[in-house]
Design a protein around this ligand. Sequence first.
Ligand code: MG
Ligand code: MG
Length: 254
Amino acid sequence: MSSERIDRKSRHEISLIRAAAKINAETHVMVRDAIRPGISTQELNDIAEAHIRKSGGIPTFKGLYGFPATLCISVNDEVVHGIPNPNKILQDGDVVSIDCGTTYKGMVSDSAVTWAVGTISKDLEQLLKATEEGLLAGIAQMVPGNYLEDISGAIEDVCLKYGYGMVRNYGGHGVGRKPHEAPFIHNFRTGERGPRLEEGNVLAIEPMFNLGGDDVYTAEDEWTVITKDHLPSAHFEHTVVVTKGEPEILTLLP
Ligand code: MG
Ligand code: MG
């Protein structure tokens, strides 16, 4: 039911999500620093898994619904849920979405960044910038008293401003005790304002914008989501907590 309240985490739970998010953000930095033409997506995955485990965390995605790896790595026309592979080699001009989840003492954080490999086109630079702008616009709506739909609408407005395709089948979600909690968060308006936001709500906001059309399909590996027109896609995500004042982005990169 749309009026149902969103779960509120305790201060202790939020402190554990914050710790999970710190490991997650450090992992993104390590992966970012390793990205270059010639590296395989499997190598990036292994760097991430080693760092998460060394830090006392657990790779959230490994085994989640049967997913086989620590990172979802999605290149160019792949939108989300790409599986790392030693034969998948990054090339100059690619864009690569790195999606990482870390569980720490039972609490979960989730964040994604799309990086440029070497030098990318101006079109792709703008796609990445716009998708991150959509993420931050959505997050800015995460104040007590706003409705869930305010987040969705702010993301949609940025997507419309640039004229990009909007991925509709995937979106944000509650996060913390489990990797995916209610509510599902559309990246566009549905006409239902949904529940009001309250202090202590923890949400993963994750717009996906396409250079081309909206439509996507799932590949034969039953995981990788790909744009139908095979034009590139970008994906950015943060785990964010609603506070009395400004929203706190827990997964900010150091
Ligand atoms: Mg994610
Ligand atoms: Mg997520």
